[in-house]
Every structure is written in C-alpha cells, then in structure tokens.
Design a binder for this molecule. Structure first.
Ligand code: SF4
Length: 449
C-alpha cells in the first residue's frame, strides 16, 4: 500500500456509516493503509476514488505465472530490496538456452542435473529455445524441448515463427520473449491471443519504460522485463545489465514506478557467450540482484552445486527455520531389526547427521521429532528436545510396534538425557553418540551392541 491512512481518508465519504464494519471512516482508512481491510469493503467510495485506491493497493511488483502443471512457476512479488529486510519470495529460475543445432546434446546435459538438497529438488527448471533464422528448424527444436517437460521460453523476434511456436506450445503456457520498441504491438497481440507472458526488451531504460507503459495501456500486464537485451536482440554489457537490474527493482519497490514492477529475465548466454566460468559468476550475481529468470549456455554439476546452494540460501525466509518433516527415516536399508537414532528436525542437523550415518554403512532408523526447527542444543535449552519429547514421539508414532531393536542413539551434546530416557523408555538401551557429526562414521563402525 503506497498511500497513507490520511490519503485514503480524504477519498472516503466521511459519513461514518459503519457499513464497512469499522466505526469511522478514519478507522477504515488506517486499517486499509496497513492492508488490514480491502478497499472495496467500503461500498460508498466513488468510482474514481476506488480506482485510485485499488491501483495504490496493488503490490509494487506483480506476480507473474509461467508454465502449467508441474512446470508452473511464480515470478516476482518481491517487496524488499534486501533479503534481511524481510524475505525474498520467488526464487529465480535457472534456464539453459538451446537452438536447433545443439538441442539434442543440451537436452541430455539438462537431464543430468537433478538432485535433492535440504528437501528441495534441484534441477534446471526452464529451457530457452532460441530462434536462429530457420522456422522449420526452430519448430523442430521446440517440439523436442516440449517433450523434456520443462517450462519453455520462446526466444524469437520473428512474428511468423513466434505464432507457429505458440500454436504448438500454447498449452504449456511458455514465456514469449519477443517484444521490443518496434514490434511490441504485434507480439502483444500474439501473447494475449495465446494467454502467455510476454518478455520485453529495450535499447535503454527509457525506451523499456515507454514500451511497457504502451503495453499496459493496450491491456497487457502479463510481462517480464528482459534486462540483458537491447531492442534489436543484441546483448548489453555486464555493467549495463547490472545497472538495469538494480534501477528497475529500486524504481519498482522504492519509487513506486509501476511499469518497472515486473519480474526480470537475464540471458547470460548472450552477455558472456562461450565463457562458462564468467556465466557462473554472473548467474550468482543475478541470483542475488535481481534476476527472476537466469539463462545460461549450460549448467553442469560443477556450476549447479554452488548456484543452487546460493539460491536456496538466499530464497528462504530468514524468519523461519528450515525444518524436516518429523518421522522415521530408514538409512542404509534399515529395517525393524536396525538400531534407532534420535535427533532434531533442523534441516542442517538432519543432513549432516544422515549423511554421516549413510557414510558409515550401518543401517539406522533415524527418528526425527518436532523440535521447532532448532539445532540440538537450542532445542534442548528451549525444552523442545527432551527425554519426554523423544519418548512421546516414540509412543505417538507407535515405534515399538514397528521396530524390534531397542537400542537408541542420542546426540552427545544431550548426554544428560540418558538417565531420564531410560526411565521414560523401559526396555530401551540409550547410547550416547559423539558430540560432532564428523565423528559418527568411526563411532558407528566401532559400535558393539
Ligand atoms: S463504509 Fe465507507 S463511508 Fe461508511 S464508515 Fe466505512 S469507510 Fe466510511
């Protein structure tokens, strides 16, 4: 909400009729300014005032959806410039650019990147299909990319090829990255006809702003801003791309510049062609500031591991701990005869402990109870990882009926729980594991039960 309570109050009828549920128009205005009530709850606002207030109440950066089904992704919706102010909400999509000449090789490479990290699937979410001048070849590449089951970006400035491509890919709701200051009317008609998001580029920030304003006036507000391309499909410099990214985001969030309130796309493959090291460095830069779609020539494991890790760290809510679902996690093909180990649901603790247990090769049933997403000592100090909570978890989940083994490992840092646990869990042998995960492998290999 860009308007303050008094600004809203000036537009209300000031009759204090209470039809909105508030005692006074002033109370309504103050509440609306804090997003506590919708503007349209006042049925007596004049149409022009309602329009002004509704526009002001829109988020500074729109949320744009591309793709469908399992390939649907939300972009934008950010409200802060810095992650520590609140949180970033829509992680950037990592995308690989393909064309008719290299699509088979690249599709094979794209499939290779697919792994889990702290409960999140890490894979290349989108494919940018680049038009290189031959419409038949482009359509052939597009059909192959469609079959790969990723969100598609149609990188094409030729209107005939764009129309053919959209006819084929329309059901997957691709992004049509096609508009510039000379062709935007034609491309917008296509995007509106097929109900897809339109990518817009420009020679400079002024022309970008003018083109977006013209598109909005024509009724198209389903846009993504291509910050790395000139209107003529060339690429800008790294310095210019970064300046555009920052100025556009700052304009939208700090200055209320509505035409810049859209997610951004950056095609690094065009800014640093055939330079995978530079592309990786730039991808990390635009992950932090402020790419919504980041397109590269390719992403191998050496590039993916730091990039996906960085993205996961930046695009998690710093106010919410990263948690695992409470439950029993069998490791190394553990069964009912395998030993149990208890630890907290803090994701980092889980992954450290589970990876070391897996490295030991010993089958273990890892018991994860709800400890508020805290680390072991913090959860213990907060009363969320105690002998009672562990015993309750075992009872509530009927562990004794599912697992015959009565040996339970507890973290060394809460060794003090051993005595109480033995009282709370009659028949169980409580074994104190090492303080640190790094000692788990040796400990497990030498463990005699
Ligand atoms: S309904 Fe409108 S006019 Fe009536 S009290 Fe609420 S804000 Fe004021």
């Amino acid at each position: 909400m860009a308007l303050k309570g008094l600004d809203i109050f000036k537009l209300t009828p000031r009759t204090n009729c209470r039809d909105c549920g508030c005692f006074t128009c002033m109370a309504f205005s103050m509440k609306a300014a804090q997003n506590g009530i919708e503007i349209n709850k006042c049925p007596h606002l004049p149409a022009d005032a309602l329009k002004v207030l509704s526009e002001a109440a829109e988020p500074p950066m729109k949320i744009i959806t591309i793709g469908t089904g399992g390939c649907e992704h939300k972009l934008g919706g950010e409200t802060v410039l810095y992650r520590h102010e609140k949180t970033f909400v829509s992680k950037p999509l990592y995308c690989v650019s393909v064309n008719a000449g290299n699509i088979d090789v690249k599709l094979d490479e794209i499939k290779k990147i697919d792994y889990d990290r702290i409960g999140e699937r890490m894979y290349i979410e989108a494919i940018n299909v680049e038009y290189t001048g031959n419409t038949d070849a482009y359509i052939g590449a597009l059909r192959k990319a469609l079959a790969a089951g990723r969100t598609l970006i149609l990188d094409v400035k030729d209107s005939a090829a764009a129309a053919l491509g959209l006819e084929i890919a329309k059901d997957s709701k691709p992004l049509l990255n096609a508009a510039n200051e000379t062709n935007y009317r034609e491309m917008s008609e296509l995007a509106l006809k097929y109900g897809v998001t339109l990518g817009v580029s420009g020679e400079n920030l002024d022309s970008l702003h003018d083109t977006i304003t013209a598109l909005e006036t024509a009724g198209n507000k389903n846009l993504v801003i291509d910050i790395g391309a000139t209107g003529a499909a060339g690429a800008v410099s790294v310095k210019e791309a970064f300046a555009r990214a920052v100025r556009i985001r700052r304009g939208a969030l700090k200055d209320g510049d509505r035409p810049f309130g859209y997610p951004s796309l950056i095609n690094i493959a065009k800014i640093a062609p055939n330079n995978p090291e530079m592309q990786t460095a730039l991808a990390s830069l635009f992950t932090v500031k402020y790419g919504s779609i980041i397109i590269m020539d390719g992403i191998n494991y050496a590039q993916a591991l730091p990039l996906f890790g960085l993205r996961q760290n930046i695009y998690t809510d710093p106010q919410k701990p990263m948690k695992m679902e409470p439950g029993v996690y069998p490791l190394n093909k553990a069964d009912e005869n395998s030993i149990c180990a208890a630890t907290v649901d803090f994701a980092l603790t889980y992954f450290l402990v589970s990876s070391e247990l897996e490295r030991s090769g010993v089958p273990v049933n890892l018991l994860i109870s709800d400890a508020g997403g805290y680390s072991v000592l913090t959860a213990w100090a907060a009363g969320k990882f105690t002998s009672s909570s562990i015993a309750n978890f075992i009872r509530e989940n009927n562990i004794e009926a599912k697992i015959k083994n009565r040996n339970l490992l507890i973290p060394g840092r809460v060794a003090a729980l051993k005595g109480e646990l033995e009282e709370n869990l009659p028949g169980w042998k409580i074994i104190v594991a090492p303080n640190d995960a790094v000692s788990i492998v040796k400990f497990m290999k030498e463990l005699k039960i």
